[in-house]
Design a protein around this ligand. Sequence first.
Ligand SMILES: *Cc1c(COP(=O)(O)O)cnc(C)c1O
Length: 388
Amino acid sequence: MRKVYLDANATTRVHPEVIEAMLPFYGEKYGNASSVHSFGREVKRHFERAREQVAALINADSPGEIVFTSGGTESDNLAVKGAAYALKDKGRHIITSSVEHPAVLNTCKYLEEQGFRVTYLGVDAYGLIDPDELKRNITGDTILITVMAANHETGTVMPVDRIGGIASERGVVFHTDAVQIAGKMPFDAHKASAQLVSLSAHKIYGPNGVGALYVKKGTKMEPCFHGGHQEHGTRPGTENIPAIAGFGKACEIAAEQGERQFAGVRRLRDMLKARIEKEVPQARLNGHPGKCLPNTLNMSFKHLEGESIVLSLDLEGIAASTGSACASGSLKPSHVLKSMGVEPMALNGAVRFSLSMFNTESDIDYVMEKLPPIIARLREMSPVGGWK
Ligand SMILES: *Cc1c(COP(=O)(O)O)cnc(C)c1O
């Protein structure tokens, strides 16, 4: 059966050049990067090269500002807890948004149990927070603002430069989860006035289980792990060198051809969107039509369950999802769409199509051969009916 993968926001296929960059470290190039002998030094050289490649993707001043982690989730934990604990004597108030990834939301909930106060800013129908509302919520007690750069479910791109500007005016540390935006659209840690930026390799054609946190020089951080001196003690533990080498390569590829490559992805996404709107009745876009990642399309098919659509597509070899991979399978409506005020009859019928550089026009043709009859059949079976 033909297979079409449209779930890149959950994870991407590893780029062949990334695999090539990783292989030597599973073979002849071994050693602990902390060792003084030639094995260690050789590994360390490559490891530091990867740090430069990651730093370059987000325009960090120095590779020393990149801390390698086990992925986006750890980076978010390290950023939010690390900053909160380091600044707890200064204040106990954190501001975030209601549409963050669970890695940020649940870390904030945990910190509430630890005596911090958290404000969850609501979003408009497009999934955007209101910078003026952010301003109004900053108090003398506010120590951290954490708002994502782009949403994983809808692709909505937040005005991070504006948010970071406000944070810096008020002397508040700004963290942004840039896991989804990195490599898809230009993202500059400086322009965003961010002290902390989370990244993950497996969303940008790198391997699973590796990510990074950008920590701007001079930012006070409390580590989550305690151990050796690796990553200046901010994240101890022997480094996952093969994965880090692959992550570095993925960042290099993204920096080199990101924009060009994503023009192609955007074209396919726009094509899919136009065809769904034309060929499938009662489909509506979730998210912002313009301020959006080039690869993401979240559509609601009214009166249907997204889960049944995703399962039916899967039977045809098409991989899509109902929102975030972490939330799917739970059948609970997405917290992101709920925050956006999506009407009840469309809330459960959301499907996220997220494209990658490996998709082709014939993938879109295949989806559009299968999707409209699936929707029609499910609607015929739907007990709700009434959509006609
Ligand atoms: C995937 C994702 C994460 C988690 O990253 P992992 O590397 O899978 O732990 C965090 N934030 C966003 C926005 C994501 O899309």
